[in-house]
Design a protein around this ligand. Structure first.
Ligand SMILES: NC(=O)c1ccc[n+]([C@@H]2O[C@H](COP(=O)([O-])OP(=O)(O)OC[C@H]3O[C@@H](n4cnc5c(N)ncnc54)[C@H](O)[C@@H]3O)[C@@H](O)[C@H]2O)c1
Length: 472
């Protein structure tokens, strides 16, 4: 099968439930899937926002819902609950019971009085996000990023403020959805934060302010790196041992999501976005084209799915300046996570907050932890009705990463314009949030292993990222 199945094929295979399940998924009474609560939630959904879109008074309690209760979602909820006294967590949603329990216990231990999530407001399943969103003033979206566009669109539809983790999309279809929802959010005066926390980190803010003030002259070239090691992997055998049964292909990919494009976007999207976002911030825009090389050289095996272990990309911006970017997951190599700008009057190491040249400068320190600061800023905007919408630059930076991936997977130069017109743009499993969990996990993802257990990886020079492909 091709590395990414065409949309029409995805629709066809949706009804072809071929993966056997050896045991039903446990759904204990701890979690609510009942429509009665959904109806109640829907009825509540219009109430809080009427207060908050017109500015909350400082004492008003902001009700938060957390969707995606893994490491970052739990951290983001902790930070949201640390923004002041008048905030509480009222609803949560996840697809995995163990993740939900771990997260809610941690949050209860840390914020006893602010975690007021009734049992019936803990929602499970792919459609759980809609029910949790309905109960909140502000929603935190921290699932794997493939789900972000549809969940952001729904939050805006329901008129809720949003904090969403990066990346905000993993394909062109998702990018367009986020851009449209961002415009809608603006119309509705909703505040939107995106977890590109460097924008709230004092050292970055000060350094980039100086660049924008012209202290380095014109920026002609940039460099960006996320060269490191594999962050984590969940081998199928370990998972099946842990859960005592075979997992469906979709269940397995959900647990080991990092290695599948429809969920993660590849590590150029999941991690390197932070560096590419800084470069876009410096350039005040996104690149117009990308070309590069990539592949999977050292990290091989079925549990590493379909993503590359390295991408090297040249991004060209509208003014002709170029960003040379690298991201790599390979052991025993030189590692670096940083961004650099080269100007006609100086050079900046952005992550070290230094500028060399005639206007040499070094940040003297200060500022809060950026993960906390981004929540403080968002809550301040909600309470004091300040303009706040990070969705467009968040989407542009996410799409910059997607553009880089399109260039390395294809081995071709890909323009932003061509990417916007591409036919192969939607990697989401169709209808996944339209059916109950037990049905959804039998759906076939767009990429499945061959008889040797290996997934097909893009082949530069052969993989066409712009035209719809026929299923093999
Ligand atoms: N800003 C940062 O520095 C930073 C750091 C880490 C992670 N992140 C981002 O946060 C996001 C989550 O990463 P993580 O490390 O927390 O992953 P994780 O695997 O720990 O958590 C993801 C959670 O989402 C749940 N989930 C999956 N699909 C869902 C769905 N459709 N509906 C509801 N719940 C669902 C999972 O069960 C899990 O609990 C990613 O986009 C990642 O890139 C950002």
């Amino acid at each position: 099968m091709s590395w990414r199945t065409a949309q029409s094929n995805a629709i066809k295979i949706m009804s072809n439930l071929i993966v056997p399940v050896t045991a039903p998924v446990t759904r204990r009474s701890f979690f609510s899937t009942s429509t009665k609560f959904a109806a109640g939630a829907a009825a509540l959904s219009t109430l809080p926002i009427e207060r908050f879109v017109h500015g909350a008074s400082p004492g008003d309690t902001i009700k938060v819902a957390l969707i995606g209760m893994g490491g970052r979602g739990s951290g983001a909820a902790d930070q949201a609950l640390s923004t002041g006294e008048s905030v509480k967590l009222v609803a949560v949603a996840d697809v995995h019971e163990d993740r939900m329990k771990g997260s809610i216990n941690m949050l209860r231990n840390k914020h006893k009085d602010k975690v007021q999530v009734k049992e019936e407001n803990m929602f499970m399943g792919f459609d759980a996000y809609k029910k949790a969103i309905a109960l909140a003033d502000l929603v935190i979206l921290a699932t794997p990023p493939g789900f972000r566009p549809m969940q952001f669109e729904e939050a805006v539809r329901q008129g809720k403020h949003v904090f969403m983790e990066k990346p905000v999309c993993v394909d062109v279809a998702g990018y367009k959805k986020v851009i449209a929802a961002a415009a809608e959010a603006k119309k509705k005066n909703l505040k939107v934060g995106v977890g590109l926390q460097r924008h709230h980190q004092a050292g970055y803010i000060e350094t980039i302010k100086r660049i924008h003030d012209g202290q380095m002259g014109d920026i002609t070239a940039m460099r960006a790196y996320w060269n490191g090691n594999t962050p984590w992997v969940k081998p199928r055998a370990d998972l099946e041992k842990q859960y005592g049964r075979k997992l469906t292909e979709l269940e397995y990919q959900m647990r080991n999501w990092y290695y599948f494009v429809w969920l993660c976007g590849d590590h150029i999207c999941e991690q390197h976005i932070h560096n590419l976002d800084v470069i876009n911030w410096v350039k005040r825009g996104h690149p117009v084209s990308a070309r590069g090389n990539g592949g999977c050289e050292t990290r091989k095996g079925p549990d590493y799915g379909e993503i590359f272990d390295h991408h090297v990309v040249e991004f060209t911006y509208e003014d002709g300046s170029v960003c040379f970017s690298q991201c790599r997951h390979q052991l025993g190599c030189w590692n670096d996570v940083s961004e650099h700008a080269i100007g006609t009057k100086g050079v900046a190491n952005l992550g070290r907050y230094t500028i060399t040249g005639p206007n040499a400068w070094r940040f003297q320190g200060g500022g809060k932890d950026a993960y906390q600061q981004e929540h403080d800023d968002l809550f301040d905007a909600i309470r004091n009705d300040k303009p706040y919408n990070e969705a467009v630059y968040g989407a542009d930076s996410s799409m910059t990463s997607v553009l880089g991936r399109m260039a390395t997977y294809s081995g071709k130069e890909i323009t932003w314009e061509a990417a916007m017109k591409s036919e192969v743009s939607d990697t989401m499993v169709k209808g996944i949030d339209q059916v109950p969990w037990a049905e959804a996990i039998k759906l076939t993802p767009n990429s499945v292993p061959g008889s040797d257990g290996m997934y097909q990886i893009a082949i530069p020079g052969k993989t066409d990222v712009l035209k719809a492909r026929k299923a093999a």
